[in-house]
Design a protein around this ligand. Structure first.
Ligand SMILES: Cc1ncc(COP(=O)(O)O)c(C=O)c1O
Length: 402
């Protein structure tokens, strides 16, 4: 599909990006050290340093860096032992990588609706599926319709806000399911007192350029299990079975992060708390200044959550909300303001059309209504004012036309 063009008069300097990286701090020093020492590839001290920094931040003993977040999810599913033709419950309202990783191991996603208040995987919908659509047989849980074994839950913390994990963890214990957290969008967020990523059996992060911290590209999986971490390290480095000879007993992957990328990751980790604070300030400012615009729903923070507001996302509530949210998207883009819709819910995705149909009305509605606004850590006051002003101008012109 062609990208929606920006107005020809918009120069790159005028453009307000959606989520640009903020490369402050010691990035140059660390990267120069890599260049000066010739350690630029997948060996070198920064990879383990970056892993240690993330693990310590989360309070989890083991972290394994990967080439991106999708690779982290793939390896997490493998080390957790998810087998071909098993099933994994996945948030339907997420970026497609969460479900694709399930398919990479030959398992099948079961799409779970979002909750209407905070837009995350809905624990009630998980209960409904487990109680009504599954049965316990020979010490394991099976989907009544597909007859496949249900092995894991993969909640995705979308847009920087945590999933309500406690009920999901309780259900996982009750039904003997693994919990694999997709925390790609939520580094720095907290669920109650716990950093997101430390409660499940294993969790994955992304350091893509649009995330709260970046390595250019990169990912990481974290776990409390030494054997899983060791296996992940083995699988991400081509599963080499001899320190010298090239002997391989298992199928491995070239998924390691480079020292150069990790050097940037270390510099970014040093700024994480500051970045979270800045994103929360931006969110507060948007919320204060958009509160009086009729027809908008602003993002809410659950009482058990500390959100990073990775992408500040609003909903349009009027009738024809899909045409309205897309009309505003076009209008903002014409003003040189980058914004984007939420992902098509995965139960609607053509790539998953062969799966049994699932009904997820909340995700369907959110997809139609939502629009994410510029949320870069480096967004200036003037830029944020421009976004707010553009939304107000659109609102008053649409009111006048009505
Ligand atoms: C929820 C979610 N999961 C997984 C990924 C995949 O991460 P990566 O792009 O680093 O492969 C992303 C984003 O990029 C994401 O937003």
């Amino acid at each position: 599909m062609a990208a929606i063009p920006y107005e020809a008069s918009t120069t790159l300097a005028d453009l307000i990006p959606l989520a640009a990286p903020c490369l402050e701090g010691r990035a140059w020093d660390y990267i120069r050290e890599c260049l000066d020492s010739n350690w630029v590839s997948s060996a070198g001290p920064y990879v383990s340093r970056f892993e240690r920094m993330v693990a310590d931040y989360l309070g989890v003993p083991y972290a394994v860096a990967t080439v991106n977040g999708t690779a982290a999810l793939h390896i997490a599913l493998l080390v957790a032992g998810v087998q071909p033709d098993e099933e994994v419950l996945v948030s339907t309202l997420t970026f497609i990588a969460s479900a694709n990783a399930v398919r990479y191991v030959g398992a099948w996603p079961i799409f779970i609706d979002a909750d209407p208040q905070y837009w995350q995987m809905d624990p009630e919908a998980v209960v409904c599926f487990l109680q009504r659509e599954c049965q316990w047989r020979n010490g394991a849980l099976y989907n009544r319709h597909t007859r496949r074994r249900v092995k894991a839950i993969l909640p995705v913390h979308i847009l920087g806000h945590p999933v309500h994990l406690e009920p999901i963890l309780q259900l996982a214990r009750k039904y003997d399911l693994l919990v694999i957290e997709d925390a790609a969008e939520a580094l720095g967020a907290f669920y109650k007192e716990c950093p997101v990523g430390c409660l499940g059996d294993i969790a994955c992060f992304s350091f893509n350029g649009n995330k709260i911290i970046t390595c250019g590209g990169g990912g990481m999986l974290v776990t409390r299990r030494a054997d899983w971490a060791e296996r992940a390290r083995y699988l991400t480095t081509q599963a080499k079975d001899d320190p010298v000879e090239y002997i391989h007993c298992h199928l491995g992957y070239n998924y390691r992060l480079t020292n150069l990328q990790a050097a940037l990751g270390c510099a970014q980790m040093e700024k994480l708390d500051e970045f979270v604070q800045r994103k929360r300030q931006l969110a507060r400012y948007y919320s204060e200044h958009l509160a009086d615009l009729p027809g908008l729903v602003l993002p809410a923070e659950a009482p058990w959550a500390k959100s990073t507001y990775w992408l500040y996302t609003i909903l349009f509530q009027d009738k024809n909300c899909i045409s309205q949210s897309r009309e505003v998207m076009r209008w903002l883009r014409q003003q040189g303001i980058e914004c984007r819709p939420l992902w098509q819910p995965l139960h609607r995705s053509p790539v998953y059309s062969q799966l049994p149909r699932r009904i997820c009305p909340v995700a369907d509605r959110l997809y139609q209504q939502a629009l994410s606004l510029p949320s870069s850590v480096g967004l200036t006051c003037e830029q944020q004012e421009r976004v707010i002003h553009a939304l107000k101008t659109w609102r008053s012109s649409s009111n006048a036309a009505a």
